[in-house]
Design a protein around this ligand. Structure first.
Ligand SMILES: NC(=O)c1ccc[n+]([C@@H]2O[C@H](COP(=O)([O-])OP(=O)(O)OC[C@H]3O[C@@H](n4cnc5c(N)ncnc54)[C@H](O)[C@@H]3O)[C@@H](O)[C@H]2O)c1
Length: 310
């Protein structure tokens, strides 16, 4: 099977997209550390229930899995998550940084705690698990044990395209995409690849926490019809990225939803004004307005994504 011999940590795997990733990767032969704090969608509270339920489900279908309830935002907790894989299954070959929360507010209503909590789970949590895994893979590589380490991070259209009321979340997600590209460049020489996904799926984050997408994604699908917004549709891409077959995928960012996978690219120049001298501000403004009016700088929005269909 695609993931025979693999040992993967999936954070936030008790529910939603992470749960589907854990179930599929367990089915494809990977041994899975199912991490989940069991928190409310705003990050408050904790329960070991969701992670253990996913472990039970993987075991019921013949796979191997273990639950872990540490928070990814805690540096030492993240170390325990990584050690849980090595202690239980003897090694680590992949990390899926998926855990997430939402605290949507317009900037003028956003509290310091709303900002800090979202950055802590998404951005710091991704750093924490990545950092501990990379220390391990570098040590193993130096000892001659090449494990083909794989990190799959989770960004969002909110960060790649920009979504009002999600400045905390979007800033963290854009940073996660950049972080993925940077760590891939640092770790490639140790046989590690880092890629990133921006999923689109029906979970409590898009139904309970976000009224704007609830109406679109929450609709029931008739029996036998392809369920475009099922979180199940995200897992195949992540399973492939965790496999040896994805050795050539480096620092990529993929949007994924329904049966569609988009290869995304970040900041790149789409026009320029230039002179070999210091600009006069007004003259520069005149030239820039003319350049922007050419229209090549129009930004894709989240509305465009849904209008294009999955
Ligand atoms: N659903 C979408 O359309 C969508 C779109 C873009 C990005 N994402 C991202 O996908 C990921 C999964 O989200 P989901 O939609 O499945 O939501 P979800 O709420 O169903 O799952 C997130 C899980 O993360 C866990 N979690 C929260 N804080 C944690 C912490 N500190 N440590 C460990 N676990 C923690 C929660 O308990 C929950 O089970 C998130 O990173 C989210 O931002 C989702």
């Amino acid at each position: 099977m695609l993931l025979d011999g693999k040992v993967v940590v999936i954070t936030g795997a008790g529910r939603g997209i992470g749960r589907e990733e854990a179930l599929l990767m367990g089915k494809l032969g990977a041994k899975v550390v199912v991490n989940d704090l069991g928190a409310h969608f705003d990050g408050t509270g904790a329960s070991t229930g969701p992670a253990q339920e996913v472990v039970d489900e993987i075991k019921k279908s013949g796979g191997e899995a273990v639950a872990n309830g540490d928070s990814v935002s805690d540096f030492k907790g993240a170390q325990r998550i990584i050690e849980c894989a090595i202690d239980t299954f003897g090694k680590l070959t992949g990390v899926v940084n998926n855990a997430g929360i939402l605290r949507d507010r317009m900037i003028f209503n956003m509290s310091e705690d709303d900002w800090d909590s979202v950055i802590a789970v998404h951005l710091k949590g991704t750093f924490n698990c990545t950092r501990h895994a990379c220390v391990y893979w570098r040590e193993q590589h130096k000892a001659g044990n090449v494990l083909n380490g794989r990190i799959i991070n989770t960004a969002s259209d909110s960060g790649l395209l920009g979504n009002p009321s999600q400045s905390n979340y979007g800033a963290a997600k854009a940073a996660i995409a950049a972080f993925s590209i940077i760590i891939d460049r640092e770790m490639a020489k140790y046989g590690v690849s880092v890629n990133c996904i921006a999923p689109v799926a029906r979970t409590r984050l898009t139904v309970d926490a976000t009224p704007a997408t609830a109406a679109l994604m929450g609709q029931q699908v008739a029996e036998g019809e392809f369920d475009v917004f099922s979180p199940h549709n995200i897992a195949p891409l992540v399973a492939w990225l965790a496999s040896d077959d994805a050795a050539d995928a480096h620092g990529e960012v993929f949007r994924v939803g329904g049966g569609t996978v988009w290869a995304m690219q970040g900041w790149h120049s789409v026009g320029k004004v230039q002179q070999h001298a210091v600009w006069d501000p007004q003259e520069l403004g005149k030239k820039l307005k003319a350049e922007l009016a050419k229209g090549g700088t129009r930004k894709e929005t989240m509305a465009d994504v849904f209008a294009g269909g999955l």
